[in-house]
Write a protein that binds this ligand. Structure first.
Ligand SMILES: [Zn+2]
Length: 242
């Protein structure tokens, strides 16, 4: 059966038109977020379809809202009660829908998020990641200022990235270091330790004796810090050569 599909917009609602060999026009609303799909017999003109959709808008909106309410309830049930770590401290996540920009605040032992209505769970996690990135980006300049003179090396540039196998990495030639986004969840001593590790790499490649001597000089307790980091909850990474 030949089927032809395209999208139109009716009063801000995306409506999917599916032309088929059928006798009667049919409007359906589908989960999870209330997509509107209209099955249209071949030969029916678009003006008629528009009129048909418009005349049923109250009914369409009622069902769309029902689906969207259920979807956001699912989102909140899924996320509320999760624990998230910020700088090594554990917080209980609470998500609330509120018009406007996404907003995240720490209140006591809660990580409270206000998100735009209709946000999916994935979207909420993206807001949270963006917030972690800001925490880390705000912290790194101070850490560099503190440790660069102690190590005796300076970065030319730095960045934050989610990495699967490394806490940090460096390019000794360009002088750029990259810090794993996950470090915003760890105790600040871990960020210090990773930054020092990468700064030392600007002077020494590999993890040989000379590397260790420099680490001992700059940060005598680096081994204990490294151990605590690799044993911390939900550590994604390893201390692998970089
Ligand atoms: Zn390394």
């Amino acid at each position: 059966m030949a089927v032809q599909t395209y999208w139109i917009k009716v009063d801000d609602i995306d409506v999917k038109l599916v032309f088929k060999h059928i006798k009667h026009l049919h409007i359906g609303i589908y989960p999870p977020r209330g997509e509107v799909r209209v099955s249209v017999p071949f030969g029916v003109r678009e003006e008629y379809v528009l009129w048909a959709v418009r005349s049923r808008l109250p009914w369409i909106n009622k069902h769309r809202e029902r689906f969207q309410r259920a979807a956001s309830q699912n989102m909140q049930e899924m996320l509320n009660g999760e624990f998230h770590y910020v700088w090594g401290r554990r917080y209980l996540l609470s998500v609330e829908e509120q018009p406007g920009h996404a907003l995240i605040v720490l209140e006591g032992d809660r990580l409270h998020m206000c998100v735009p209505p209709g946000s999916t769970a994935d979207r909420v996690r993206q807001y949270l990641d963006a917030w972690y990135r800001i925490q880390l980006k705000n912290a790194i300049p101070g850490v560099l200022r503190a440790w660069e003179p102690i190590v005796g090396a300076r970065v030319s540039d730095w960045g934050v990235r989610r990495m699967k196998t490394l806490w940090g990495s460096c390019n000794a030639t360009s002088g750029r270091i990259t810090i794993n986004l996950e470090l915003a969840k760890k105790h600040p001593e871990s960020l210090d330790c990773v930054v020092v590790h990468e700064l030392v790499h600007l002077l020494e490649r590999g993890h040989g004796t000379r590397f260790k001597v420099r680490m001992d000089q700059a940060m005598p307790d680096w081994r204990a810090r490294q151990r605590r980091l690799s044993q911390s909850v939900s550590s994604p990474g390893l201390w692998t050569p970089s």
